[in-house]
Design a binder for this molecule. Structure first.
Ligand code: ATP
Ligand code: MG
Length: 299
């Protein structure tokens, strides 16, 4: 059963339409990414789902509940890290974790979470004395302290150093392994590519693409290039592959372009022909190429 179902969601601020007819579903156990340019409506979308903003039109179901009619119940069952989070300056790290863990039962001990998120050293520090990255880490920890069925993370790694970002990805995977579904808003394409099972790209108020990172890359990031060296003259067998569109030769160097599982097909075919070049390499587009290709700033 889907954990989140959104159908024709529209939200206006006064006369301004922030999002229009946004729709997607999120399945149980997925890490679902939401990408899009600044102001595209990502935060608006996830805040409507969390019952923090009132959707104007559309059908919303979050864990089987309509967040417009049951905002408190929805909020009890989800974990949430908001883009604009704040805590009182004087609350201590351990106090915040203990407080948030008291909102629901069944989560891991908050002391363990303190450790997991590398905040043990700061357990007695007041919130106001933490660095930006430490505050950010605390907010993500607070979102997951109750082992919620569904967690919303709006730019969870913004402001984190590279090591903390990677550590956060590992923790998110652990959270998912524990059965939590994750909805992740991010501007980091590498984060979405590594972490998300599927991503929705929101632009100009609506969902303009929705698929697995691999399929989006295949569809929108242009062709894949496979290169290798060989002194074998006859390469006609490669051009018979459906995935291959061009084959170019520069001396011993061969450049094959195409789509789909190009590397696997070319490698298998070379192997069958008794060729096993040691420099077989692939150059594939990234989710960033997809993003740039489909969210052109022409408005
Ligand atoms: N409370 C509000 N009142 C009026 N307009 C708003 C309000 N909140 C958001 N908006 C507008 O709605 C649009 C979508 O904003 P939203 O915060 O959802 O974007 P976003 O995709 O999360 O952007 P970012 O990547 O910068 O976080 C923007 O044009 C924003 O100015
Ligand atoms: Mg936002």
């Amino acid at each position: 059963m889907p954990v989140v179902e959104v159908h024709k969601l529209t939200k206006r601020y006064g006369d301004f339409v922030a999002i229009e007819n946004v729709g997607f579903t999120v399945e149980e156990g997925e890490i679902f990414g939401i990408l899009g340019p600044n102001g595209a409506g990502k935060t608006t979308t996830v805040e409507c789902l969390q019952g923090l903003r009132m959707a104007d039109e559309g059908e919303l179901l979050v864990l089987g509940l309509d967040p417009r009619r049951h905002p408190d119940e929805v909020r009890r069952q989800i974990g949430s890290q908001l883009q604009e989070s704040a805590l009182p300056d004087r609350i201590k790290v351990w106090e915040a974790l203990k407080l948030f863990s008291s909102f629901a039962s069944g989560g891991p001990a908050w002391e363990a979470v303190l450790d997991q998120w590398g905040l043990s050293d700061k357990r007695n520090s007041p919130f106001g004395s933490l660095s930006g990255g430490q505050q950010q880490r605390l907010f993500v920890a607070l979102a997951v302290v109750n082992a919620p069925k569904l967690v919303f993370l709006d730019e969870m790694t913004t402001g984190l150093d590279p090591m903390s970002r990677r550590a956060t990805w590992d923790l998110i995977r652990q959270i998912r392994a524990g059965g939590t579904t994750v909805i992740l808003v991010t501007h980091f394409m590498d984060e979405a590519e590594h972490l998300c099972d599927r991503v929705a790209v929101i632009d100009k108020k609506r969902v303009i693409a929705l698929d697995t990172p691999a399929r989006l890359i295949d569809e929108f990031a242009g062709e894949t290039r496979v290169t290798f060296s060989t002194d074998h003259a006859e390469l006609e067998f490669l051009s018979r592959l459906d995935e291959v569109s061009t084959i170019e030769r520069k001396g011993p160097r061969v450049i094959v372009t195409g789509r789909g599982p190009l590397l696997a097909r070319v490698a298998a075919e070379l192997w069958t022909q008794g060729l096993s070049p040691i420099d077989l390499d692939v150059d594939r587009g990234s989710l960033e190429d997809v993003f740039l290709a489909i969210t052109k700033t022409d408005s």
